[in-house]
Design a protein around this ligand. Structure first.
Ligand SMILES: Cc1ncc(COP(=O)(O)O)c(C=O)c1O
Length: 313
């Protein structure tokens, strides 16, 4: 929805013929970006995946160079997607600098905070520049502990939302007197009939209060730091990426890490996922559960070591 609005704002449907503008995201962006540009007809070939720095954040110099190259070739840049919490490692793209580029180049700035954006409740200092986004996606089913699914898009452009999604304005306007109320909810977003997804989130916020959510998010962040320390304390293990939020990517230096992962799943005590970082297979722990205990965190490294011992070289 955000990219549909971005395109509508830069290449309005009733003016443009072909509407394939260019979208920029980092090489670490989520696969939902290629999916979105494909579904919108922007085309995967018009999604530029910008190189990342050693901490796996979008490189702003590479972003600027890509925009300049596209303009020089006569193409129309429309949007930058910054990620605040990449799916693999939790890297947070440099928002203030990216927002400067977006402002200078007159591009829509979407922030993909699906995994990490809600940490701004507990650690706002990690997200300077977030207030400059045109749109922000958040998944309450990830880091607000809701049952799937409870995705959310915040944006500051109701006019563009209506221009993008409303094909009934005249019909609705005809029976509403206040112009501010002349649009229905389905005029401002993609879906028509929909479930009341917000109810569960609203109820749990009312019941537990924001303070409980902040505390739980802080515990998840602390769990990740505790695991990172435990990994660093073992010479046979190494971290493969800085720990910014709650994803911890690491590997055994000498054993087959894919085999370790399978072995751990069979052992049944700790379930890790995996990622590929710099071409290396990483074991990945990601803390987004308010019930994870210190014992759970402390069990991880011994389980990795025990599984590694059961795996041949
Ligand atoms: C950074 C990021 N963006 C987008 C998504 C997609 O979220 P959903 O599966 O809720 O559509 C994810 C899911 O892992 C994610 O981590």
């Amino acid at each position: 929805m955000a990219l549909a609005m971005a395109r509508e704002s830069r290449l309005p449907a009733n003016e443009a013929g072909a509407r394939s503008g260019i979208v920029y995201a980092s090489q670490e962006a989520h696969m939902s970006m290629p999916k979105a540009v494909a579904l919108l007809g922007i085309g995967r070939g018009n999604l530029r995946l910008i190189a990342v720095d050693e901490a796996l954040r979008m490189r702003v110099d590479a972003l600027e160079a890509a925009i300049a190259a596209d303009r020089a070739a006569g193409r129309t840049p429309i949007a930058i997607v910054a990620t605040t919490g990449t799916v693999n490692t939790g890297a947070v793209d440099p928002l203030p600098e990216i927002a400067d580029v977006a402002a200078r180049e007159n591009l829509w700035l979407h922030v993909d905070g699906a995994y990490g954006g809600l940490v701004a409740l507990a650690a706002p200092e990690k997200f300077r520049g977030l207030d400059r986004a045109d749109s922000l996606s958040l998944d309450a089913h990830k880091w607000l502990y809701q049952p799937a699914e409870c995705g959310c898009l915040l944006h500051r452009h109701p006019d563009i939302a209506r221009q993008t999604f409303s094909h009934s304005g005249d019909y609705v306007r005809s029976f509403r007197e206040d112009p501010a109320e002349s649009f229905a909810f389905f005029d401002e977003s993609m879906e028509l009939s929909r479930r009341f997804r917000a109810l569960k989130l609203w109820l749990s916020l009312q019941y537990h209060g924001r303070r409980a959510f902040r505390a739980a998010i802080r515990r998840d962040l602390d769990n990740a730091l505790a695991l990172a320390r435990a990994v660093e304390a073992r010479p046979e293990l190494e971290l493969l990426a800085p720990v910014t939020l709650s994803a911890v990517c690491f590997r055994h230096r000498t054993k087959d890490n894919a085999a370790i992962l399978k072995r751990m799943a069979t052992r049944g005590r700790v379930y890790l996922s995996n990622a590929t970082i710099g071409g290396q297979f990483a074991l990945r722990a990601c803390f987004v559960n308010h019930r994870t205990s210190d014992d759970d965190v402390e069990a991880i490294v011994p389980e990795v070591i025990a599984a590694a011992e059961e795996v041949n070289a």
